[in-house]
Design a protein around this ligand. Structure first.
Ligand code: FES
Length: 111
């Protein structure tokens, strides 16, 4: 069983912002949705590898900066084309002011 890994402080990611992190060699993006939730997703768009940490976070949706695909950051599900495959999401735990992420992804959600 893999443990949660501390990756950032909550203050490192303001509400509505996204930051890139290396999680045991895997690129992830942590999204701070304005309702206060933190969500971890693959940083690579499933369409053609765009860096999602460079995308726009709009409530719980992120838009890829390359061709505009949108994903739900809570579930990884595709909202709009051209992406057709969902993102992996990762369990997040908050302990004090630390954001911890489990490198074992959540089950994939297609819709
Ligand atoms: S690489 Fe993300 S929409 Fe094309």
């Amino acid at each position: 069983m893999t443990d949660f890994i501390p990756v950032a402080r909550t203050s490192d990611i303001p509400p509505g912002q996204v930051r890139y992190f290396d999680l045991l060699g895997a690129p992830i993006a942590i999204c701070h949705v304005e309702d206060g939730g933190f969500y971890a997703i693959d940083d690579e768009c499933t369409h053609d590898g765009g860096s999602l940490n460079q995308g726009e976070l709009d409530e719980d949706q992120i838009e890829c900066p390359r061709h505009g695909a949108r994903f739900n950051v809570r579930t990884g599900a595709v909202i709009t084309l051209p992406a057709t495959l969902p993102l992996h999401t990762y369990p997040v735990r908050i302990e004090g002011n630390q954001i911890l992420v489990n490198p074992i992804p959540n089950p994939v959600v297609r819709r």
